[in-house]
Write a protein that binds this ligand. Structure first.
Ligand code: M6R
Length: 360
């Protein structure tokens, strides 16, 4: 069942090229450069979108917000489901709630869906499990088609959610005519290239992750830093590390470091920085220098041609714009996988956790 891999988590990380291909299948007309999401055709583009989710699915939503706002010009709020359900939330009939859930059974996310429907707001569900409670109760459901995810740590599901959020931003951007043709062209070409890029990059990324995990797995704490669309990735990297290796990790927006957290930095407290080749790189670089000035060790995940002087630069292939996240994500997953495996932890069944959180 594990297809020759030591753990389901590793198998699922390596399935991501296929996940991207399957998510795109039938949803893009490559010749006309058009995205079709028939599941949403009957619903108007919302005035505002409220994304409601937990854990890794929440991080996917936070990442998707950047694309939806920039390409489709739909204002997006991203809510932790367990907060959303108990807040006096302001919903307009022209808004939409998008619940994101791999399992489709997460209790808080399901409760968020029910509250939104009671208030008369349309709810779309982004789910992996066919026929799950969320899929059945939503007004419209988009399936992520990632195949069964067995490992408690969610990996390929996030990748599939990100593909669908990218398609959604392109789809609504086209419907609202807010998306420039060149952006759509670049985004679709980058999406098309992704499976091949991932396929060839993953084995080398695993070797690099293994080396780094050996060096760093004795750390008791880690910071993960990112800016812009890389901030949700920093949160996800930290979640993955703590979830399966039990190393304490915090994800921060890089610019927040100097508002408190930097006090923790010393030679024993390393930082994993997302330093991809984008407009925010100069800012990230200066945040890295602030960490180094406190003698903190740094792993910087970066792209070819980017000059970043750190203890461990980790160069992964570049991809256009925010789609670079699809290559950064498996690097984060592989680093935590290798750390947990090196430390002898039960990777697929971490302590205290269940695959699907069906109670509050
Ligand atoms: O099934 P869901 O996507 O609703 O699950 C949400 C979270 O429980 C889940 O992503 C959790 O954070 C993962 N174990 C993280 O790896």
């Amino acid at each position: 069942q594990k297809g020759g891999y030591k753990h389901f988590m590793l198998k699922e990380i390596f399935e991501q090229p296929k996940v991207v291909t399957d998510c795109l299948a039938g949803r893009v007309d490559w010749a006309r450069e058009e995205v079709t999401l028939p599941e949403l055709a009957a619903l108007p583009v919302p005035k505002r979108l409220h994304i409601v989710a937990c854990g890794t699915s929440l991080h996917a939503g936070m990442w998707g917000k950047h694309l939806l706002e920039s390409w489709a010009k739909v204002p997006v709020s991203v809510e932790i489901a367990s907060e959303f359900r108990y807040r006096d939330i302001l919903l307009d009939p022209e808004d939409m709630v998008l619940v994101i859930s791999q399992s489709g059974e997460t209790a808080d996310t399901l409760a968020g869906l029910r509250i939104a429907r009671e208030k008369g707001v349309k709810v779309a569900g982004l789910c992996n499990v066919v026929g799950s409670s969320i899929a059945r109760e939503a007004d419209a459901v988009i399936y992520t088609q990632a195949g069964p995810e067995i490992s408690v740590a969610s990996t390929k599901a996030m990748c599939s959610q990100m593909v669908l959020l990218t398609l959604l931003a392109l789809y609504w951007g086209r419907r609202k005519a807010t998306l420039a043709d060149d952006v759509r062209h670049e985004a679709l070409s980058a999406l098309r290239k992704l499976p091949g890029q991932l396929e060839s990059a993953l084995p080398g990324m695993r070797d690099e992750a293994q080396q780094l995990a050996r060096t760093y797995s004795k750390a008791r704490s880690f910071f993960y830093l990112g800016r812009g669309h890389c901030f949700p990735l920093a949160l996800e990297g930290a979640l993955k590390l703590k979830e399966i290796s039990y190393i304490h990790a915090e994800g921060y927006a890089s610019g927040e470091m100097k508002h408190g957290p930097i006090a923790l930095i010393d030679p024993e407290f390393p930082t994993f920085a997302l330093a991809l080749a984008d407009d925010l790189f100069p800012k990230v670089k200066s945040n890295i220098e602030e960490v180094q000035a406190r003698r903190g060790k740094v792993i910087a995940l970066t792209n070819p041609g980017v000059e970043v002087r750190v203890d461990n630069p980790w160069v992964v292939p570049a991809a256009w714009g925010p789609l670079a996240a699809f290559i950064a994500l498996p690097a984060l997953q592989l680093f935590s996988y290798e750390a947990a495996d090196y430390l002898g932890k039960d990777v697929d069944q971490p302590r205290n956790l269940a695959k699907s959180v069906t109670v509050e």
